[in-house]
Structures are given as C-alpha cells and as structure tokens.
Design a binder for this molecule. Structure first.
Ligand code: NDP
Length: 466
C-alpha cells in the first residue's frame, strides 16, 4: 500500500471513459482513489459524442425505413418528425447513463469530486471549486479533448461544433459542414436523414482520409445519391450573419453557401490548456498533447496520461484499454504497453463503414504482392425496396503468407461486422481460414467467406488484373 504521506494513492483528472475505468479498477484493488470532473461524468463519449451520436443516427434512419416499407407491402401513414422530442429523449438517456457512471464509481469506493482540477506539482492537484489542494502519490491525466473551434476562421463564433449540434433548438433546414473526418461525415448523414439540406465542404480530394479508397469513393457516391452535396478540394474562408438572421459561408473557390447553421468538424484538440502541466514538468508535444512513453507515463515522475489528451488514437475503447494497461503497470506490477495496432473502427454514416487493418494503399507499400478480394452488390433488403444501394466488401491479403491484413466493409451493420473481423485480422488469420469457414446463409456477411478468387493483384504497387 502507498504511504499515508498522500491523501490518495491515485488522483484521476477527468471523468470520461478512460479516467473512470482507471479510477474504478484502482479503487477495487483497495487503493485510495479520488477523481475530479469539471462537467459531467461520462466524458465526451457518453455526454456529447459516441452515445448521443448513435441515438441521432438511429433517429435519422427511420425516414428511409418508412420509404422502403412500401416495397414490402406496407402503407405507412402520415409521418412527421419532432426534433425537440428526439433531443429530450436523448437527454433523458444521457442523464440515465451519467447516473450509471457515477453509481459505478461510487460503488468502487472512489471519491468523486465535481470540480475542475489543475496540477500544482508532481503530487498536488488543486480543486478549483473549493480552492483546496489534495495530494496523491500518483496522478492520472485523463482530461480528454475538445472540438477545435477553428478560431482562425473569420466568423467562427457564429458556427457550431458537435457540442452544440446535440442541443440545437430546431433542426436546421439547411446546414453546411466543414471537414471530411468521422464527425463531419456522420453528422452530414444524420442531418440529411432527418430532413436537412446538407453541404459538406472538405479541403482534401476525398472524404475520410486514412480509410480505404474504395470505401471513401463508394460512400461519397452513396451520400450524393441521398441528396448530400459534397464539395471536395475546397474550404471555408469566412462565415457571416445575413440580415435575415441566417448565415452565409464563403468558399475558397469563390461563391458562398447560405445556411441556417454552419458546423465545424475540423478535428479535436487535447484539453491541456491551463491544466498546470508545466508546473509538474509534464511536457506537451507540438500539438499540445501530453507527451507519454510506451506505458502512458508522462515526462514527470508519478504522473501518467491516457485517452484523447495524449496524441494516440482518439477512440473510446482505446482510452479504456489504456486505462486497463495503466492499472496493470502501476498497481499490479505487470508492465503492459497499450496495444493500438490493428484497431477496428466504424463510421456511423449511412451506409456504415466497418474497417480493420491496412488499407490497400498502405498494404501495397508494405508487401511485395497483394491479393485483393472485392465484391459490391445490392443488399438483399433492397431487392424489394428498389433502393439504389451498394454494399462493398474487401479483403486485402498478403500473397506471400496469405494473411488477411485488411478487411473493409461498407453497408448495413458494417460496424457490427468490424468487431468480428477485428478478431480475425488481429489473430492474423489467413485467407484459407476464411475459405474453410462455412457461410451463414442468407446474409451479406457470407460474401466474406465465399470470395474464392482474387478480384485483382497488386504487385510492386501496381494493379494486375487476374
Ligand atoms: P478527424 O481528424 O477525423 O477529421 C478532421 C477533419 O477536419 C479532416 O477531414 C481534416 O482534413 C479537416 N480539417 C482539419 N483542419 C482543418 C482546417 N484548418 N480547415 C479545413 N479542414 C480541416 O476529426 P473529427 O473532428 O471528425 O473527429 C475527431 C476524432 O474523434 C476522430 O479522429 C475519431 O478518432 C474520433 N471519432 C470517432 C468516431 C467513431 O469511432 N465512429 C466518431 C466521431 C469521432 P484533412 O483530412 O485534410 O486533415
């Protein structure tokens, strides 16, 4: 046990997914744990990220479900959508989840503070609400990140970020979204599904940089078919209020877009501002993120950092995994490096993306020869609806070892598939293992085990048709 020279064995700054997991697990070991959160327990994921986002995604999909029902013989009566009702229902669920987070923390024995906490020294944290200082043998920084406000953009103060998108008083009739990453793409689909006219403006050549090109292009086409306007190779140079109270967003290419809301989704910044890192010798990197070693230890003795405040992968399960590794390393004497190789991920666009491992482009740089198995088809559900929808599946295989190094899916439930494909790719299963596996019929996923011949090969970076 730690020396009683300190108030706590561990003090955690930040009550999000990573911080709460570390606090609960350490307290369960019988250690004295304090945790401070300045806003709401649950953090970005629960309060203003993954969870409310997914609820809005579900809401946005009903419009097509009602339309598609006709193909199956249903007559759906008059439909209307009430944004305020959705937001209130979503808020009730978030309140419930916040309660669950707090109760779990409480049961674990951790002491909960509702206060902003700043580091005062290697073992000292000041709680601003009560202006008191507590001491801890170890400090864990898990204060997360925040939406980049893009302050350099003239008129940025007129715009919203994902934070405000969850609390708008009304559904915007017309919205412009800047960015081409997860958040921009997910919200473009949410707003379009709920009935807004959406324009997505992205500075690069294709949305979702870093994902497999096939997924990016097919999703782009699919979003356009749903009426979302996508302007690539362009950006906003300013936003102004018009006399009628709406907004006009100026495009770099010339021209402008009128909208009720302009949403900025240009990445997230680590929450290190005024956190007192410098006081304790915690170095930051060039992006302002806490610099850590392979075991999440900062440059200051006794201080660790996990989650979005570090410059690793900004994903909830990654923060939770880092928390588990932190407790193993520090309190269980089992040094464990977080393993953030081959992380499956999903984009809750419409259709969804589920992906794990290397893109074809990355794999082509790493391996001399690839076999690429690719199929695209109309999902069975849409044979009767008549909807022009494409599902895409792609396996990228290292030809020399037959190991499946990347698996990419666009289509219904792709996120669910990514979880299972994640196990396969992480386990370094070969294409022969996939081939040996019996198909589940009739499903879309059976295509993953019935693509017997490569669609094409990539040798020395060049595509060769079989
Ligand atoms: P991303 O990093 O995914 O995307 C940021 C986007 O903003 C990129 O398209 C980037 O363009 C663009 N951008 C950055 N700076 C500027 C600028 N100055 N002007 C114009 N465009 C700019 O960030 P998000 O905000 O979408 O999401 C943050 C993180 O949250 C994600 O990385 C992800 O890890 C996580 N997240 C995960 C989700 C999930 O798991 N489903 C859902 C939502 C978020 P460029 O590509 O050219 O750099």
């Amino acid at each position: 046990m730690a020396t009683r020279a300190f108030d706590y064995d561990l003090f955690v700054i930040g009550g999000g997914s990573g911080g709460v997991r570390a606090a609960r697990r350490t307290a369960a070991l019988g250690r004295r744990v304090g945790i401070a959160e300045e806003y709401r327990y649950g953090g970005t994921c629960v309060i203003r990220g993954c969870v409310p986002k997914k609820l809005l995604v579900y809401a946005s999909q009903f419009s097509e479900t009602f339309e598609d029902a006709a193909g199956y013989g249903w007559t759906v009566g008059e439909r209307s959508f009430d944004w305020a009702k959705l937001i209130a229902a979503k808020d009730r669920e978030i309140d419930r989840l916040e309660g669950v987070y707090r109760r779990n923390l409480d049961r674990s024995g951790a002491e909960i503070f509702e206060s902003r906490a700043v580091i005062e020294g290697p073992h000292a944290v000041r709680l601003l609400k009560t202006d008191t200082v507590v001491t801890a043998e170890r400090i864990l920084i898990a204060a997360g990140g925040r939406a980049n406000p893009f302050a350099d953009l003239p008129g940025a103060e007129l715009c919203i970020t994902s934070n405000e998108a969850f609390h708008l008083e009304q559904l915007p009739g017309e919205i412009v979204i800047l960015g081409g990453g997860y958040i921009a793409v997910e919200f473009a689909n949410i707003f379009a599904g709920l009935g807004s006219r959406v324009t997505l403006v992205y500075r690069g050549t294709e949305i979702l940089g870093g994902f497999d090109d096939d997924l990016r292009q097919t999703l782009h086409t699919s979003m356009e078919k749903r009426g979302i306007r996508i302007l690539c190779n362009d950006t906003l140079t300013g936003v102004e209020r018009t006399p009628d109270g709406r907004l006009t967003a100026k495009l770099k290419s010339g021209g402008s877009l009128d909208a009720d809301q302009v949403m900025l989704a240009v990445g997230r910044l680590p929450n290190t501002l005024n956190l007192g890192c410098e006081a304790a010798g915690v170095e930051l990197d060039e992006k302002g993120a806490v610099r850590i070693d392979d075991h999440s230890k900062t440059t200051a003795d006794g201080i660790w950092a996990i989650g979005d405040i570090t410059n690793r992968l900004q994903l909830t399960p990654v923060a939770i995994h880092e928390a588990m590794c932190f407790v193993d390393t520090v309190f269980l004497d089992r040094p464990t490096k977080p393993d953030i190789e081959t992380v499956p991920t999903a984009v809750f666009s419409h259709p969804e993306i589920g992906t794990v491992g290397l893109t074809e482009t990355e794999a082509a740089k790493r391996f001399e020869e690839l076999e690429v198995y690719r199929t695209s088809f109309k999902p069975m559900r849409h044979t009767l609806t008549g909807r022009d929808e494409t599902m895409l599946m792609k396996l990228v295989v290292d030809a020399a070892t037959r190991v499946v190094v990347g698996a990419h899916v666009l289509g219904p439930d792709a996120g669910e598939l990514a979880q299972v494909l994640g196990i396969c790719v992480k386990a370094r299963l070969t294409k022969d293992d996939f081939d040996r596996t019996m198909a589940v019929h009739p499903t879309a996923a059976e295509e993953l085990v019935t693509m017997y011949e490569p669609t094409y090969r990539v040798r020395g970076g060049k595509t060769i048709d079989d």
